[in-house]
Design a protein around this ligand. Structure first.
Ligand SMILES: C[S@@+](CC[C@H](N)C(=O)[O-])C[C@H]1O[C@@H](n2cnc3c(N)ncnc32)[C@H](O)[C@@H]1O
Length: 317
């Protein structure tokens, strides 16, 4: 199996937020190469428990190998966390209302480095490869998605997920070519992007970067997974449980920020009412007012931490 090298981002900050202690139960919904998970495993072993999701079979194998040397109870689930609730229940885990749940949960969203670096996965236009982009390595590829999606839907995806101003013209061009079977590779898609958005200029990001990002988000249904996770997670947190979420896209971070705000300020009474009548109580409080970002020192070591934003929440005891 090829090496699965991924440098965990904001590791010290994640450890500060999650404050792992011996014997605790940890849920990692984006195991990747288990960089964060191994650092946490050191604190919770022995007698701790680790439950890990990743939809990518390569990541699952790498994480299993990396964590094998720790004295821990482990459960690995190769699935999207969009189904976290059902998967945990099917395996017999109990939630907070049944005196179960987790002391710490981490979601480190987006892609891991090996997914980007392995040209055959089709996430990057740096090398010509089949246009794949599936984290799970199953289901519809990006090429198949583009061959069936209608122009208006694609334009909305490009505009809403990546703010692409030429979204309509680009969607029209992509759909025309994809229907003829001419958008099968990363280079073919990148070339169409340049035709509409202009060719790359020194010192500027390649115009295809944001187009690839938007299509990847759509192919993997990433925002729906985050919404489902944020909806389900409070009931899986033990009393005084800590949750940390790292996002890499403004659409992800907005969802996380809004969910944590709702958990902290759940009252839905109209502001004109002198007293609260909805009686919704806060679930806990955020662990930092603003999102935590990488320091210049970390960025010098790992440029992929560039857009990372970490937010944390501690649930009521
Ligand atoms: C940024 S990496 C995580 C890296 C990990 N924290 C580490 O330190 O090695 C994100 C991982 O989450 C996985 N992933 C992304 N979305 C997912 C989802 N909806 N369900 C399960 N896994 C997902 C990806 O396959 C990828 O391996």
């Amino acid at each position: 199996m090829p090496e699965f090298n991924h440098i965990p981002v904001l590791l010290k900050d994640v450890l500060n937020m999650l404050a792992p202690k011996p014997g605790e139960r940890y849920l990692d919904v984006t195991l990747g190469g288990a960089g964060h998970a191994a650092a946490i495993a050191q604190h919770i072993a022995p007698n701790g428990e680790l439950v890990g999701f990743d939809r990518d079979p390569d990541a699952q194998r790498a994480a299993q190998q990396k964590l094998a040397s720790f004295q821990l109870k482990t459960t690995f689930i190769q699935s999207s966390f969009i189904d976290m609730d059902e998967q945990l229940r099917a395996l017999g885990f109990e939630d907070r209302s049944q005196n179960g749940g987790f002391d710490m949960v981490l979601a480190d969203l987006g892609l891991s480095s090996p997914q980007i670096d392995n040209a055959q996965r089709g996430f990057s236009f740096q090398t010509d490869a089949p246009l794949d982009m599936r984290m799970s390595q199953s289901g519809e590829t990006a090429a198949e998605f583009l061959a069936r999606v209608d122009e208006t839907t694609l334009a909305d995806i490009l505009y809403q997920y990546s703010d692409i101003r030429q979204s309509r013209a680009l969607a029209r061009r992509i759909c025309e070519h994809a229907r003829q079977g001419e958008v099968q590779t990363t280079s073919q898609l990148a070339e169409l992007c340049c035709g509409i958005m202009g060719y790359p200029r020194p010192g500027h990001p390649h115009p295809a970067t944001r187009v690839f990002q938007a299509i990847r988000i759509a192919v993997n249904d990433e925002f729906a997974a985050i919404d489902a996770f944020l909806q389900a997670i409070p009931k899986w947190m033990k009393p005084a449980g800590r949750l940390a979420i790292i996002s890499f896209h403004s659409g992800e971070d907005r969802r996380v920020k809004e969910a944590m705000h709702r958990w902290q300020n759940p009252c839905t009474c109209p502001p004109r009412l002198p007293v609260c009548i909805c009686h919704k109580v806060p679930l806990g409080h955020t662990l930092s007012k603003k999102a935590i970002e990488a320091t210049p020192e970390e960025l010098a070591q790992n440029s992929r931490a560039r857009s990372a934003k970490l937010r944390g929440f501690v649930f009521n005891a």
